[in-house]
Design a protein. Structure first.
Length: 174
């Protein structure tokens, strides 16, 4: 992957597991390779937090719960209106999740709580993330990025670009 795709969050957004890092890097890579997208930093305003573009917030607190990622896409529309779509992403590895009945109950209660606040929750297993990180990242982006701001197929286009980049890099090193 390209070096500029490996941007890491600042110290305030530490991630707790390797599969969270894999998702983060895969999302950043797809954004870098799809030039119609841009990463956004939050802007604090008197009425709340605003950002334009894609915002990835690891370790998001919602009430008493910690969520692996809040991923949102924001953009201004017209006459003061804005587009905002968000999804919560949980990276479930067997090492950290659903080992006991109490842990399963906690996770289900958390899902119900955040869903009651209007959030959509995407859960991925560690195996899904490690085996196909770009498929997972593509599903997330296809959920939140409006059609007008993305290529027809994030995944197909992005994987072709990754292969071309790696081939060029390989040929230049020969």
């Amino acid at each position: 992957m390209c070096d500029e795709c490996l941007e890491y969050p600042d110290a305030n957004h530490e991630m707790e597991s390797p599969i969270e890092w894999v998702i983060y890097v895969a999302l950043n890579t797809l954004v870098k390779l799809n030039t119609d997208l841009k990463m956004a930093e939050p802007i604090e305003t008197p009425t709340g937090t605003y950002s334009e573009g894609l915002f990835i917030q690891p370790q998001k607190r919602i009430d008493e719960y910690r969520i692996d990622f809040l991923i949102s896409y924001d953009m201004p529309l017209w006459k003061g209106q804005e587009y905002r779509k968000q999804v919560l992403v949980e990276c479930d590895s067997q090492e950290f999740h659903e080992r006991t009945e109490n842990e399963r109950r906690y996770e289900k209660a958390r899902d119900r709580q955040v869903q009651s606040k209007g959030y959509k929750v995407f859960r991925y297993t560690g195996r899904e993330i490690l085996d196909q990180p770009f498929v997972v990242a593509s599903e997330i982006l296809n959920e939140i990025v409006p059609w007008s701001h993305r290529p027809d197929y994030f995944l197909d286009d992005s994987l072709k670009r990754i292969r071309v980049h790696l081939l060029r890099k390989e040929n230049n090193n020969v």
